[in-house]
Design a protein around this ligand. Structure first.
Ligand code: S3P
Length: 175
């Protein structure tokens, strides 16, 4: 049973595309940030502020472990930092087909410049933070992905179609 997992930087469209695909293909959708918020009864920003980022990262790993027990094919969007842990990458591959939504720093800044919900972007120079974080993370997103989908220049409908076509052609290589 293969889940469909969307990874990528904050603002690349994982949650909105996950919702769209869920609606179009009648599959359940889980966003790990929302999943954690519901379990903790706190927002991600509150968890960062009160318990710190390492604690949030631990909750992300626990969320993936719990999702591995789900038996229904699901579309899963994960937080932008989640694939940075090797343990999480192992769990992502156990869960299913990993799709990286690749967006440029320019597009991401455009979408995120007024955001107040993401703790990592509340410093004085969010543009530089996006550039630096993306530079650190891009290679990890690439190596984690089974499929890479370009975001820049496409609307949600076009990206959703590209994702679905790529999934239909995707054949997992068993080891
Ligand atoms: C984070 C991304 C956020 C959220 C948290 C940390 C990150 O999720 O998990 O603010 O480290 O990139 P989105 O990618 O859904 O914004």
């Amino acid at each position: 049973m293969y889940n469909i997992i969307l990874i990528g930087f904050m603002g690349c469209g994982k949650s909105s595309l996950g919702c769209r695909l869920s609606y179009q293909h009648q599959l359940p959708f889980i966003d790990t940030d929302k999943y954690i918020e519901q379990q903790q009864k706190q927002t991600v920003a509150e968890i960062f502020a009160q318990a710190g980022e390492p604690y949030f990262r631990q909750l992300e790993t626990e969320a993936l472990e719990q999702l591995c027990c789900h038996k229904v094919k699901t579309i899963i969007a994960v937080g932008g930092g989640l694939p940075m842990r090797a343990e999480n990458r192992r769990l992502l591959h156990k869960l299913g087909c990993v799709i990286y939504l690749r967006a440029s720093a320019e597009i991401l800044y455009d979408r995120l410049q007024h955001d107040t919900t993401r703790p990592l972007l509340q410093g004085t120079n969010p543009k530089q933070t996006i550039i630096d974080l993306l530079a650190q993370r891009a290679a990890i997103y690439e190596k984690t992905a089974d499929i890479v989908i370009e975001v820049d220049g496409y609307n949600g409908e076009q990206i959703a179609t590209q994702i679905w076509e790529a999934i239909e052609q995707y054949e997992p290589i068993s080891d």
